[in-house]
Ligand binder design. Structure first.
Ligand code: FAD
Length: 561
């Protein structure tokens, strides 16, 4: 009878344990969990703190006893695996309730220890009222603190997924929130201009957002925490949530001499086997090649952790038959009323790695505009300039963002192109979409770029052009132009363009723009076919430009093409 031991009893670990049992009814399976709970909903923790999930019990997908009953797995909570003895294939386990340490033998071991929140040595960081959020015990502490101390304001340090979810949930409790982020944007998975939309929304919700600022120290006085910033500013609040990132929990693996990858995660092969063939590893603690860039990355997402848990179990039972192909980091999150999603690689990473790419930004309606309730969504797609292979996508909107990102994820996952995306047949009825769906529109624009029908220029690139050598041509209506336009631009509304071609110099670079790009594209085609050689369309139009520059622009427009 085989003996399988699993370290970590949440996403990857619990999935692996259940799958092992489904494949091998006879095996002895022991799952060790350092905390007091297994198989809980990490992703639901911020929403319990924000009282969106009112019942704490709903956070537990399975209890240790439930797991034992259903899967006949020997679940041992409050039990930390403190070392691995690879030569005699045993683990040393510390019972955290009694302090007793003992050994257990394994035939195969699966590590799923997750990731731990960063707590840099900032003065005052270990004071009362400063929390990180990883597990149920952190959740209980934050929940109790909010209820007992009733803080009047909160500081969130870090604008990543957990930081923004906590900002939303604490803000929804009626507590004013300030977010401090060291980078110039929140959500590292987004490109700057897409993140700028999130910045605008967070601020509109009354959250103070401080970018490009870091914490120097924390000081406590009369139950209030003063967060001192590098900029010299001090912010005083009743609670601080630190969410400045996580790192793979690799202490056990390192001490056992398992190979660690360049990113600091446990190195595994395509079967999720570590450098020791008897030990597999899954989840937030591992690193693996990104299928797009081929570079080693750590993916801190629940979907991949669950998939890896299942694959590791399959490979253990059936002898390495299933390959793991890596994660393209498809993610979605709610930021107040916005849905923010991404998949694949952001443009900034491709730029940094000198990987050739093109990008386009489109703003489309979530469903037919004649059917009530349509809202705009911003879609950025990034693709290779030769074959049009889709490399990444980011979408921000209110409705239907999750469906669109999953379509793009499916195409990217299959190494598909924007032509595959154009052929992708989507369901349509007016309440759900348009006959030209936002992703089809994005693909159509990409096709126009690839076949040279239109050249696009980014909001950040026009700033680099010599103003003496360009004409910024705004083709919106005069009314729209008067409400706000790019400095130095001239206005010739699209419907008057053909009559006014003589007024446009042919020896200059023409950059056309409108609200979102559709009219500018038509202008582009008119100009190109009338002897204007160097014409660009501003990608994402005035909407993207103005958001980046933090102008208000609520102009809506119809669809592309
Ligand atoms: P975990 O699920 O963290 O499990 C690791 C477990 O191992 C821990 O319980 C730990 O106590 C235990 N352990 C570690 N070392 C030992 C040891 N030596 N002995 C015994 N036990 C040990 N992902 C998404 O995709 N979408 C989301 O919306 C989302 N929201 C999140 C919100 C929060 C607040 C958090 C914290 C995470 C969120 N995630 C989300 C990330 C997701 O939860 C993780 O990617 C996933 O849980 C990773 O699975 P894992 O098995 O690697 O680690």
């Amino acid at each position: 009878m085989a003996r399988f031991i699993i370290v970590g009893g949440v996403a990857g670990g619990a999935t692996a344990a259940a799958r092992l049992r489904r494949l091998d009814e006879k095996a002895e399976i022991i799952m060790f969990e350092r905390g007091g709970y297994v198989s809980f909903a990490n992703c639901g923790l911020p929403y319990y703190i924000g009282k969106i999930i009112p019942d704490r019990r709903r956070l537990f997908v399975q209890t240790p006893q439930g797991f034992r009953n259903r899967f006949n797995v020997d679940v041992r909570v409050n039990s930390e695996v403190v070392s691995i003895n690879r030569t005699d294939t045993t683990v040393n386990v510390k019972n955290l309730a009694t302090g007793e340490t003992y050994r257990e033998k394994y035939d195969r071991l699966i590590l799923s220890p997750g990731a731990e929140p960063l707590r840099p040595p900032i003065p005052g960081i270990n004071s009362d009222g400063i929390f990180t959020l990883r597990n149920i015990s952190d959740t209980d502490s934050i929940y109790a603190f909010l209820n007992d101390k009733k803080p009047k304001s909160a500081v969130i340090v870090g604008g990543g997924f957990i930081g923004l979810e906590m900002a939303e949930n604490i803000s929804n409790l009626g507590i004013p929130v300030a977010i401090i982020e060291m980078a110039d944007q929140v959500m590292a998975n987004l490109d700057y201009e897409m993140a700028a939309e999130v910045h605008q929304h967070i601020r509109a919700k009354g959250v103070e957002l401080l970018l490009k600022d870091g914490v120097k120290s924390f000081e406590i006085k009369n139950d209030m925490i003063t967060t001192r910033l590098s900029s010299g500013r001090d912010i005083t609040s009743g609670i601080v949530i630190l969410s400045i990132g996580v790192r793979p929990d690799t202490s056990l693996a390192k001490e056992a001499g398992l190979r660690i990858g360049p990113r600091g995660g446990i190195a595994v092969n395509e079967y999720l086997q570590t450098s020791d063939p008897d030990i597999y590893a899954v989840g937030d603690a591992i690193e693996f090649a990104n299928p797009i860039t081929n570079q080693s990355v750590i993916t801190y997402l629940a979907g991949p952790a669950n998939r890896q848990g299942r694959l590791a179990a399959d490979n253990i039972v059936s002898g390495n038959t299933k390959r793991y192909n890596g994660s393209i980091a498809t993610a979605v999150m709610q930021v107040f009323d916005l849905t923010v999603a991404s998949t694949g690689v952001p443009e900034k990473s491709l730029k940094a790695d000198n990987i050739p790419h093109s990008a386009s930004i489109t703003h489309s309606a979530s469903h037919a505009t004649y059917y009530p309730g349509a809202s705009q969504m911003s879609v950025k797609i990034i693709f290779s300039p030769d074959r049009g292979t889709l490399l990444g996508a980011q979408i921000i909107g209110h409705d239907g963002v999750d469906k669109r990102i999953d379509v793009l994820s499916a195409i990217i996952g299959m190494k598909g192109t924007i032509y595959n995306l154009l052929e992708f047949e989507q369901s349509y009825a007016p309440p759900f979409s348009s006959a030209k769906d936002p992703v089809t529109i994005a693909a159509s624009v990409a096709e126009n770029i690839l076949n040279g029908l239109v050249n696009v220029i980014g909001w950040n690139e026009i700033q680099k052009l010599d103003p003496a050598k360009i004409v910024l041509l705004d083709v919106r209506t005069q009314k729209e132009y008067r409400a706000g336009a790019i400095e130095g631009s001239v206005n010739i509304p699209i419907d008057e363009l053909r009559k006014n071609l003589g007024a446009i110099p042919k020896d200059k670079i023409i950059v056309t723009y409108c609200a979102v790009g559709q009219r500018a594209y038509i202008a582009n085609r008119i100009l190109k076919q009338n002897g204007f050689d160097t014409v660009y369309n501003l990608s994402g139009g005035y909407k993207t430009y103005s958001i980046v520059h933090q102008f208000a622009d609520d102009t809506d427009e119809g669809l592309y093409l």
